[in-house]
Structure formats: structure tokens, C-alpha cells
Design a protein around this ligand. Sequence first.
Ligand SMILES: Nc1ncnc2c1ncn2[C@@H]1O[C@H](COP(=O)(O)OP(=O)(O)OP(=O)(O)O)[C@@H](O)[C@H]1O
Length: 342
Amino acid sequence: MITLQDVTKIYDAKSGKVTAVDQVNLSVAKGEIFGIIGYSGAGKSSLIRLLNGLETPTSGTVEVAGNQIGKIKGAKLRQARQEISMIFQHFNLLWSRTVQENIAFPLEIAGVPKNKRAERVNELIKLVGLEGRENAYPSQLSGGQKQRVGIARALANNPKVLLCDEATSALDPQTTDSILDLLVDINEKLGLTIVLITHEMHVIRKICHRVAVMENGKVVEQGEVLEVFRKPQQNITKRFVQQISEPEETFETVEQVKELYPSGRIVQLTFVGGKAEQPLITSILKAFDVTINILQGKVSYTQTGSYGTLFIHLDGEEAEVNKVIEYIREQQVEIEVMTDAN
Ligand SMILES: Nc1ncnc2c1ncn2[C@@H]1O[C@H](COP(=O)(O)OP(=O)(O)OP(=O)(O)O)[C@@H](O)[C@H]1O
């Protein structure tokens, strides 16, 4: 659905040339939710503006839904843009228009007749869960409701691609989650391809299938979300992954925990995919003569499976403890023994 080949964008700023996007290669499949994460200034906004033709690449090619964006102009570009919709951090609603008038606006521009417009607006209102708020003005809506209007408006002309520019950054965590759930719902129901830019790993973790990490205009790492979580390669990616995989409370150092549990072993288990749901601990306790204390753990759920870390203290006869460690390895759960046998 989307292919970027060797795309570079250089701005001529007063202070000199700025390379905002540097030799980027990306492809996004139809029906995929693709996330682009990076800190401020990494080049995310420039990249997303290249996708909808608001910027033209300095070099390279940008293809979206079969159109060479950046090469086409005028009516052809306007037509191509109908296939590519966008939602924004600050919603960009028309404040003098009601919810239904906001949603009808792109239909008016596309020349859809009045009775057809009303029908479509009703469908969209249902789709985004805004029944009962049709006649409200943006100032009377919560942030989450405003973004629902933004989403309905973006979907009005049946686009093939939805671009989301920090669409949940102005929302509280609970509202963020409800909007992300809506995006997944729309992706599944309509088979819509979604590209989002964000600086929050939570957003990537919760809804994206694949992710690209941007730094200084370059895509420094990309892959399936679960894989990137499991084995982040670049330091910047590790920092993003830590945003959500580090337990909230600081883990006591291994030395401190060892003082609490002078015998036995402390091990770290890393679960990926379906294994995180398996009742591993229960099966160990049933099959082996050991005791287990769960010291700390966290499981994150992604679109393609879950990922988690569990710190446990294993105690018992050394031979039995060794058998348990072997058993865990056989379950294809990654295990790191953090303390030696006594
Ligand atoms: N129109 C422009 N003219 C000149 N420089 C620009 C322009 N737009 C962006 N830049 C510069 O390009 C670089 C990348 O900016 P961009 O906005 O794409 O990054 P970003 O990752 O989206 O960051 P933010 O989230 O802060 O917008 C920055 O150094 C920025 O100052």
C-alpha cells in the first residue's frame, strides 16, 4: 500500500540546510497498522507530510495507494489525497459547526448530494460511537469525543490510508486507550491501512503490527513490534522499550534480594508470544519439589502476542532446582539465572 524508496527531505532554513528525512526505505502492507516512533525533531512529521503530498521529497520516491506522491500535481494530486486521510493531535475541527456538520464537511467538498451525506454521516457517527452527540459543538465535547469526530471526518470519503499525527498525545491515558481501541476496531472492520507517528511506546505496543524507529531523519530500526520489544538493537530503541517494560517500582538490586533469600537461585524469565499465558509456575510447582517466590513481573500485550518478564526465587535441593531450570528452557521460555548456586 505504501512504499518509500531512498526518500530524503532537505529544507532550506535560514540557518542552512536541514536534512529532516535521510534516505528512508519503508513499506507498509495493506491493512497493516504501522507505527513510526522518534523523539521530537527526528523527522516524523516531515515523513508523514511526504505521505500525503504536503511536502515533496528532495530525492527518492513515495508511492501511496498506487500513486507517485510528490510527482503528481493539481487535480491528480487532489484525487490521490482523497485516498489518504489524516487525524491530528489537536483535532483540527471547525468550531462553528456541530459534530454532524464537521463530519459532513469533506462530503460537501467531494460533492456528495445532501441526502447521501446525511446517510453517510449517520453511519460514521455509529462507527465512532458518537450517537446522541450529533448536534453538539466541539466546545461541548471531551478530548476523546473530539478525536472521534476527527476520525469520523477522516473516514467520510472511504480513504485507503489513515495517517495519525500524534493523535492521542493530547489525551489522558484512559481516553488514549479508548481511541486506540477504536483505531484497531476500524482497522479490522474496514481493512484500513493505518500509519501513525508518536513519541510514546505505549501507543506502538498497544496497536501496531510493525514499527520503525527514527533518529536524526533516519530509520535506525524496523520490524514486528513483538520482535523489536524482545530484542531491541539500537540504544534509542532500548530506551523506548524501557518506557513500558520497566516495572514502575525500581527493582531491588540482585544483591539486596539475595540477602533476603540467601539460599536458592534468582532467575529472570522472559516470555514471548503465547508462552506468557501458559501457567508455567503452576506446572513447575506440581511437577517438582521446589518453592517459588514471585519477586516481580510485568506482561505487556501487543497486537501480535504478549511479552513479559518475571523475576522469581527458586529454592529446594540443588539437583531439583537444576531440573526446574532445564524444564523452563524446554518450554522455550528465555531464562537468565541471576545468582549462582550456594
Ligand atoms: N518547514 C521546515 N523548514 C525548515 N526546517 C524544518 C521544517 N520542518 C521541519 N524542519 C526541521 O526538520 C527536522 C525534523 O522535524 P520534524 O518536525 O519532521 O520532526 P518530528 O520528529 O516530527 O518532531 P516534532 O514532533 O517536534 O514535530 C527538525 O530539525 C526541524 O526543525
